[in-house]
Design a protein around this ligand. Structure first.
Ligand code: SF4
Length: 76
């Protein structure tokens, strides 16, 4: 199971995650921050769980590229 978490409030809107993992991330036109698609929010931590391991590689690239280190990716 792939678990991706985005601590959204700290996003600086650089767009790297969207470029590297467009299936998971989109920029919000409202506030210019990244949106983790289909995620649920718990106290500002947006999380998705997916059995689809094909999303792992791009998600890790997004995690590594994020300049403020607010994306976490786990394969559990
Ligand atoms: S890479 Fe990080 S800071 Fe940049 S848009 Fe994505 S979540 Fe926000």
């Amino acid at each position: 199971m792939i678990v991706i978490t985005l601590q959204r409030a700290k996003c600086i809107g650089c767009n790297y995650c969207v470029e590297l993992a467009p299936e998971q991330f989109q920029m919000s036109k409202k506030d210019g921050k990244s949106v983790l698609l289909h995620s649920s929010n718990k106290k500002g931590f947006y999380t998705i769980k997916s059995p689809d391991e094909s999303i792992l590689e791009n998600s890790i690239k997004a995690k590594e590229a994020c300049p403020v280190k607010i994306i976490s990716v786990k394969n559990i």
